[in-house]
Design a protein. Sequence first.
Length: 356
Amino acid sequence: MILVTGGAGFIGGNFVLDWLAQSNEPIVNLDKLTYAGNLETLAGLQGDARHIFVQGDIGDKTLVAELLQTHRPRAVVNFAAESHVDRSIHGPEDFILTNVVGTFRLLETVRHYWLSLGDEDKAAFRLLHVSTDEVYGSLAPDAAAFTEDHVYEPNSPYSASKAASDHLVRAWHHTYGLPVLTTNCSNNYGPYHFPEKLIPLMIVNALAGKPLPVYGDGMQIRDWLYVQDHCSAIRTVLDKGRLGETYNVGGWNEQPNIEIVRLICRLLDELRPRADGLSYATQITHVTDRPGHDRRYAIDARKIERELGWKPAETFETGIRKTVAWYLAHPDWVANVQSGSYRDWVSHHYGASVAA
Ligand code: NAD
Ligand code: DAU
């Protein structure tokens, strides 16, 4: 049995589905169901006794202690977080509460549980903290990709809150001996991605005939990884990672945003051509840049490959084609997301021109 937090979100949801597709080890899934939590992603697990969903907060020590005592997991995988940079700029408080205070409380509750275990279970126990490449800050165009030794230079309220959580995790290992592992991953994409993030937003807006809002010049670079590759990296680190270590996870796939958007338009032109015969690229609109926008991220993923033998299975070409096809095949999932609070967020952030 493992305990997963944030397992109704984008990556956590994919992780739960992947895990139960490959193993019969049950999952307790603790998720607060913020705007980003979507149980419809896990609809296929309805009635599956291997998945126990609990709505709740990682910062609720009583609830988490009770779950740990009842289910006695051998590991905790912490995905729960506020994850959207733009939201952190508009309203940072939730990011501090969940990513910093929530992680702190989770660490404390897990530590007390771990201390209560017998020697064998105690030695086998792991807490894996899922983090991001954004903690390292922004790279110059010609700088080497982020290694695990790169200095932490977070620039947004989101990345600062994740950096703080990483430091807490590290300190709980060094001070209390808690058996932790941390992964710092680059940008994910794939099925069940909430359409406030670049790739799903562009697909969904393109199909709806709306503008495709590219921030600034669109030359900011991200290193994209297919979400199932991130899930397999987490499984690998949980299995074989060295205690107290951090592992960078990335796709060796740096792309400027504008190229991503143009590629999505080309794929849609092929798979679902516009009725008027024009390219979806005519919908691209450059809008005001994100404040403090990091220019470039790139992950050096050699450590996880060298030490643990993990490499991404998907190329960007195959992964992005699968992703566009998934959104075309799941209009109901998208429509249901859009009928929720996402609608309010989009109009607040972009104004009426882009709102759903
Ligand atoms: P997401 O926003 O899609 O999902 C987050 C989930 O956490 C949601 O289901 C939400 O309901 C839940 N949650 C939020 N606050 C909670 C709380 N206090 N208690 C319990 N549950 C809570 O995020 P995601 O994109 O799936 O990211 C998951 C993790 O991976 C995050 O820690 C994020 O920082 C990290 N990460 C994301 C990416 C990416 O590209 N999306 C890349 C690297 C790392
Ligand atoms: O690098 C890992 C991080 O990737 C994760 O830690 C975050 O949780 C995740 O949200 C993601 O952060 P980004 O800020 O890179 O993702 P986002 O999809 O919001 O933006 C990707 C790039 O696209 C970024 O340079 C901003 C730009 N962008 C984004 C949106 C939503 C646009 O140009 N237009 C948009 O409308």
